[in-house]
Design a protein around this ligand. Sequence first.
Ligand code: FES
Length: 289
Amino acid sequence: MEGNILIVDDDDIVVKSCDSVLAPEGFTITGTTDSSKAIELIRDNDYDIVITDLNMPGIDGFELIRQINALKPSTGIVVITGFTSQQNIKDILQLGIIDYISKPFSPHTLLETILKATYLIKKIKALSTAEPDTEPDAKKKTEALNNIIDEYKSVPGSLLRVLESAQDLIGYLPPSVQRFIANGLRIPVSEVYSVVSFYPYFTMKARGKHHIRVCVGNACHAKKSGQILTRLKRNLNFNEDNITADGKFSFETVRCLGACGFAPIVEIDYDTHGAVDPDKTLDILKDYH
Ligand code: FES
């Protein structure tokens, strides 16, 4: 995994330890024990991730995070902290960081956290440069989305509700919509992306009027879910986005829907169909108009 990382900690041992774990994994590492120097480095370079301590002499981690967010808002921040009470963690996460590592930490924890953070930050950068979607009624939908945001923006913890309403309105949550919501709610786009990618309910891709999920997990595969998939593809003529030409159906494959005893499983919208006979795949679609 490639990634350009700055480590800021007044303890040289921490800087060197992080370097010794991450550099062999292919990351490009710069380390400093001086947080004022860190600000200069951030101004002059583009880091994917800044790993920072919170308690440092001079400019502390809190101020450093504020400055990173002002100077290079697309930088991912991972905090190293010795304070792990619930309140502290909540305060730290509200600074707009990607993740935190509690001291003392193992090389495995460090590597796993940084791999996840780097993956996430690259996705977020791709979101920020994605072209906005254009559709004929985009203006109307933008106004409606603005109304939803206005209704919820002063309600703490309302992101899920906004995303749910936005998905009902638009049908899915493409990068441009996620960015729009992040700007409207004045929260980092990373927060919106994390929620959208965490909940299977949300989708970043367009769907048909009825969405089919075919389970291809082990139990369903053993009971011939592959044949269900083949019949759907052969008869419904999906395009490259897995949507039929009339927009009526879309499909995706999933790994285990948690009902293995009734394999093979097909979900359509909110309905679960168990023990589906592949020969009768098309019959279960007849109830969806
Ligand atoms: S493998 Fe299909 S429901 Fe578990």
